[in-house]
Design a binder for this molecule. Structure first.
Ligand SMILES: [Zn+2]
Length: 408
């Protein structure tokens, strides 16, 4: 049976992992940074050295193609990173994909459908995230591009112009979905589930949807000493109530994969001897069922309103982010499952709790994801690690999955 060459894949992972290296042992390769550019040049060289046709599209997405024709079976992920992130998040999917194409080419295997490797631009969000996959699937509109900036205010238009690219032309990267037979992404789990259960392969059922709200409670600023407790309209108490009761609500009505997180809270006037007049918090829900996500969102909003009226406060709720869950395509899941069984590997069906290019591509074409264990569930950190054996097994499942999808 055909297998990947682990030694070669590991060398690639370590070589790419040395680009943008941080003193802590992680990598910093935000999209369009010097380190990202060096990584792009390195990848293009590796693609050419593998005998594949290398190409960069108008959004900066990098491709490596094996054999002409359509529709194509695509494999990939991203090579940009968060600041001081790990070396596996993204590169594993790209480099294992490269290794699969190399092995198939070396063996001279004839397939019904061509194969294409892809590394999408800015998955991690230096410029908001998914720039490449949004452009590739036609979601990115020219009118939105001038206002896309990084956290320091640098416009993506200027960042790309530094490297001789015109960001305004990125929508030209849009590919007709009819040309894509399937997209498969191998990725580290970034969570603790597979490791805890000692299962080498995760088959992603769905990529979770997200609802993020900005909730503002308004009360009244008063003297912290002279205002009796019963006369106060303390906005922060409304926020505190929502944080605790929102958690209870999600624990009671959600599934094990439901999440609620308050990551930011701001108080005004933020003075130690003044009763808070205003408290704004971010309230983020994640869930893989669209129906349940909508229901949790509605009940959370109703809860915020109920808390405000019980405490004599006003509340306003602003939607910050609305991403619907994307189920993995049945055909891709079945191919992954058959590949794992062929290799005699145990597997677990699980949701992807983080964002991935597969969720963007999955709205336009059949997409699926394979997860491999992350040590201690750590990711977006220099401590991110996946053992050689898990890398090898995941890459072999990817290889057999691609063969199945490209043969049929
Ligand atoms: Zn990733």
């Amino acid at each position: 049976m055909l297998r990947v060459n682990l030694g070669r894949l590991k060398r690639d992972l370590l070589e790419l992992g040395a680009i943008g290296r941080t003193p802590e042992g992680g990598v910093s390769r935000p999209s369009w940074s010097d380190a990202d550019m060096e990584a792009r040049r390195w990848l293009l060289e590796r693609i050419a050295a593998a005998g594949l046709e290398a190409r960069v599209d108008a959004a900066g997405n990098i491709f490596g193609r094996w054999q002409p024709g359509r529709p194509v079976v695509m494999v990939g992920s991203h090579i940009d990173s968060v600041p001081n992130g790990g070396i596996f998040d993204g590169p594993l999917g790209v480099l294992a994909g490269l290794e699969c194409l190399r092995r198939i080419r070396e063996e001279g295997i004839r397939l019904r459908h061509p194969l294409e490797l892809v590394a999408f631009t800015d998955e991690e969000g230096a410029f908001g995230g998914f720039f490449g996959s949004y452009a590739f699937t036609g979601v990115l509109k020219a009118g939105d591009i001038p206002s896309i900036r990084d956290s320091k205010g640098l416009r993506i238009v200027d960042a790309m112009a530094r490297h001789g690219m015109d960001a305004m032309r990125a929508p030209e990267a849009c590919r007709n979905p009819a040309e894509i037979r399937a997209y498969v992404e191998l990725h580290i789990e970034q969570g603790p589930v597979l490791e805890a259960q000692r299962i080498p392969i995760g088959i992603v059922e769905a990529i979770v949807g997200i609802r993020r709200y900005g909730v503002t409670f308004r009360g009244r600023a008063d003297h912290a000493g002279t205002t009796p407790m019963k006369d106060r309209k303390d906005a922060l108490l409304g926020a505190a109530d929502l944080i605790l009761r929102g958690r209870e609500l999600v624990l009671a009505l959600g599934t094990e994969a439901s999440r609620v997180t308050v990551g930011i809270i701001q108080v005004k006037p933020a003075v130690g001897n003044i009763v808070p007049a205003e408290a704004t918090l971010t309230y983020e829900l994640r869930e893989q069922s669209g129906e349940l996500l909508r229901s949790l969102a509605e009940k959370s909003r109703a809860l915020a309103t109920e808390i405000a009226s019980a405490r004599g406060l006003e509340v306003s709720i602003q939607t910050i982010l609305e991403i619907d869950p994307v189920p993995a395509a049945e055909e891709v899941k079945a191919a992954i499952l058959a590949a794992a069984e062929e290799l005699g590997l145990t597997y677990l069906r699980l949701p992807a709790m983080a964002g991935h290019d597969a969720q963007v591509v999955g709205r336009a074409a059949k997409a699926g994801m394979i997860f491999v264990p992350s040590r201690d569930g750590r990711s977006h950190s220099p401590l991110e690690f996946t053992a050689d054996e898990d890398v090898e097994q995941g890459a072999n499942v990817l290889l057999l999955t691609l063969l199945r999808l490209a043969a049929g």
